[in-house]
Design a protein around this ligand. Structure first.
Ligand code: TYD
Length: 132
């Protein structure tokens, strides 16, 4: 499955922590877009889609959340609760995001501008697309 955890450089001292993620170093693509998700209510779920070309890095900036991933062969669950790590997700991976803590903030770095055409939002269509 085309996912991996990325460990960011962190400069920590008695003033706090400064975490760095540079394009083409820790982030393996040119970042064209950032977005973030927060204030997710109890038991609410996000995602339920894959992307045809888009690559992303999910960073659990605050609080925690669970990302469930499926590439047609294997299923993985990743808890994001460390702002010094990012979860790289390649294209053609179905993802759902659940179990947001009340204080959760999920920051996402994306390799492309927003395009609804890049989404597959129907699970059967996703599975069919893997066999093409
Ligand atoms: P969506 O990607 O479906 O969010 P999630 O999978 O987390 O539930 O996006 C929710 C809405 O926001 C949808 O109407 C598309 C819009 N949107 C943008 O306009 N630009 C963006 O960069 C993103 C990520 C979403």
């Amino acid at each position: 499955m085309d996912i991996r955890m990325i460990h960011f450089q962190s400069h920590d001292d008695d003033r706090g922590c400064l975490v760095v993620a540079e394009t083409m170093k820790e982030i393996p693509f040119d970042i064209k877009r950032l977005y973030y998700i927060y204030d997710v209510g109890k038991d609410k779920e996000r995602g339920f889609h894959s992307h045809k070309r888009l690559e992303q890095v999910y960073i659990g900036i605050h609080g925690s959340m669970k990302v469930t991933l499926f590439d047609g062969k294997e299923r993985k669950e990743v808890i994001l609760d460390n702002p010094k790590q990012g979860l790289y997700i390649g294209h053609d991976v179905w993802r759902t995001i659940t179990d947001f803590s009340p204080d959760a903030v999920l920051l996402v770095a994306a390799s492309e501008h927003y395009s609804e055409d890049d989404y597959i939002r129907n699970y059967d269509e996703f599975v069919a697309s893997l066999n093409k």
